[in-house]
Design a protein around this ligand. Sequence first.
Ligand code: NAD
Length: 472
Amino acid sequence: MAIRTDFSLLIGGKLEQSARHLDVIDPALGTVFARCPAADRGDLDRAVSAARGAFPAWRARPFAERAALVKQLSQRLREHQQNLAELLTREQGKPLAQSVAEIDRGAAQSDGMVGIEIPVEVIADDADKHIELRYRPLGVVGIITPWNAPVNLALGPLVSALYTGNTVVLKPSPYTPLATLKVGEILREVFPAGVVNILAGGDELGAAMTAHPHIDKISFTGSVATGKKVLASAAATLKRVTLELGGNDPAIVLDDVDAKAVAKKIFFASFVNSGQVCMAIKRIYAHENIYGELCDALVEEAKKAKVGNGLDPGTELGPVQNKMQYDKVVGIIEDTKKAGATFLAGGEIPPGPGYFLPPTLVTNIADDSRLVQEEQFGPIVPILKFTDVDDAVRRANDTRYGLSGSVWSKDVKRGSEIAARLEVGTAWVNQHRTTSAFVPFGGAKESGLGRQYSALGLKSYMEPEVVSVAKR
Ligand code: NAD
């Protein structure tokens, strides 16, 4: 099949080619299926100056006008949903229905965010003084995204930045730049030239963004290791940063659950997108009374799940997105085998082509093993037995990650009390992975810095400014 090349960078309202390019691999086949232009340092400088140039007029527009344009964007995304979703599945690997859902979710969250008000807050107002807190946009926001949900993870920060009056330079992952570049073509039709610029490029382009003297904030989604580099680099110019990093989410399953019913939900929250979700369940702690039943029910789900090319109807789990991640997950499977753990499902490594791995469930594994300690970010999950709830909470918290976690129980009050003891940004009860435009999301500990979504998240794209007036 011919290699697709119908992709462009978006700089200052123009669709551009460049001297360099990125090859993009279809992870279901393991072969290159598309090629797109790759930006260099000169392109970055031009994009940043276009964004700076567009900033004064964009910030001067009222919130309502900026909201109306964001709504046009989500409308257009829905109109282009099918084409975008097919491209997303080809570059990312996830089943087509989930790509459709990713675009839907991105559009819905965008619409939700622009309904949130950021009013001027009056701190004091009496005969002597008037003190108020206002929020003003920061300037140019650099957005850097990963490869697991490229459209949704771009739209969250993009819409937050634009709605609050900033202009943007956005860089998708070099593994999955294509759907984002196509979203750029839609953005170009909706927003004034320069307000949004999209540059595909490698890690070095991300590093150049974090060091760029004329970018005011970095909104980064990716791994903990890169997040630390971003923070260190941004320190030189004291850029504002939001870091949405990795997780190692625990799910604590109490002794009163209906094991079969919760297994369905827990399986999905663990293995959706083949485990490549920051807030996927990555460790399952099961009370000894329901442990056997829960294991059986999870194994049943694993055996039913159809693994295959995301474009094939009926596929529930696609491939791992790239070779580097595939090798990492295979390494964890091999280490886990060497450690003598029990594989209840999966564990075998198919011959290929494509980066496919079966959903794999592991028991009898030590708390200090790689699988329990590291973020696996792939289709392998440990099930760990506990007797005492305090011990389960201690083990769940015994990690440098702190993105999210969940507690499962028929007793919602008891579940909520235990959930509140998890050291995470979001603790769910009887659910996992539910987010919305109105609820802050972000990581505790090394899972991140700051929050996205909600008024709290939007304000992180703005500088608080006190206006203090002496009336006499
Ligand atoms: P990554 O850190 O390797 O790359 C993310 C992005 O950073 C890419 O665009 C990459 O080109 C860029 N980059 C690489 N080096 C850089 C540098 N030195 N300076 C600036 N940018 C640089 O992450 P990944 O492998 O693409 O994504 C997977 C990770 O993302 C997982 O850990 C996952 O949990 C995390 N993630 C977190 C969230 C969240 O909301 N918390 C959401 C999705 C994914």
